[in-house]
Design a protein around this ligand. Sequence first.
Ligand code: IMP
Length: 438
Amino acid sequence: MASLPKPSVAPKTQVSVVLGSQWGDEGKGKLTDILAADVDICARCAGGNNAGHTIVANIGPDNVKTKFDFHLLPSGLVNPRCIGFLGSGVVVHVPSLFSELDTLEKKGLKCDGRLFVSDRAHLVFDFHQVVDGLKEVELGGSSIGTTKKGIGPAYSSKASRSGLRVHHLYDFELFANKFRKLVEGRFKRYGNFEYDTEGEIARYRAFAERLRPLIVDGVTFIHSALASNRRILVEGANALMLDLDYGTYPFVTSSSTGIGGVCTGLGIPPLAIGTVVGVMKAYTSRVGAGPFPTELFDETCVHLQEVGAEYGTTTGRRRRCGWLDLVMMRYSCLINGYTCMNLTKLDVLDGIKEIKVATGYRYQGKELTSFPADLSVLAKVEVEYKTFPGWEGPISEVTEYSQLPDTCRAYVEYLEDFMGIPITWVGVGPGRLSMLRR
Ligand code: IMP
């Protein structure tokens, strides 16, 4: 086929991936922002507007410090030379896409001609969001605690082969018929919830026109970029422990949030990927329900929540917090094959007298040799901890790794040894400059 680019062997540095290694909210945004300064394309491969990245950047000729919240759009758009791409594995809620785009533009970030969407990406509709809420109500006490953005229901439509993709918008009569059938199916399942089907179809007729210039054949787009030596940063959404297969199922999101999702979500082969950075917070947090072996309920939890500002950017919910779990991290490292790590929010541990990390799980008196698939086991594991002396701090003004207190470096180096992966980046504060490169 003459129109498709020939497969190319990407140089090791051409495609970099940033992935959350825990339960999300590791602070991927800051590293993505730093790395996006040097790339041509920043791509999302999975998830939808359930993700949340806040980036503070100086923009415009007057370098005005501006805060940007990204949920669906790739946060690399903050770099005015970077192109944003939503790959085939992403689920797109078109009204949210435009409202996010309009907010960026209002804040002075010109995005015209800088955002492209794969024609194979699936659409999330408002009825998916309604169904997300209804499903949660149905689950009652065992609800997942979803973001209610319709992500699970949209991926369900995709998996059941009744979903609508971006390209369907361009044969509008066919789109409208399929859409009516899809909504009918949901009415049958959940009863006649309030929903203006025809009004929604009319809105999508207008959206389709606005979206048209952004649509590309996702495979041609990404492979042409590879063939012309464009540097690509893949921005992971959510995190490995929320992965549909390898996370703490069913308390997960509905997409492949690990390295596998990068290949399927962008249509690129594994060998195209050079660097895989795992982002790991110096402690653990989790939003929503599900077992969390190192969870804390004492004043240290309050310290982590308050000092770490552990409130969801997408939902505003207070996050559950606990010690860093190296059993989980080893599992995460095996699956994603990180080539290096970014340890984040180390400064949040300043002032804690004794810092613990989980190094083993025991179940019914026996050491577990793997991370359990069965949540009833995970909920009952006894956690073995290693305790470290803390440091006073503050460490957020430190600019060189060697200037960190000895006890702080001992903590970092223990984590590195345990995982067998270099910690190349250490985040010591919220600012863009508070990132130590080793
Ligand atoms: P959903 O992705 O809205 O279906 O939510 C499924 C689970 O994933 C819930 O526990 C959410 O709180 C969690 N979740 C989804 N996205 C994120 C994220 O970006 N950070 C943290 N948790 C998330």
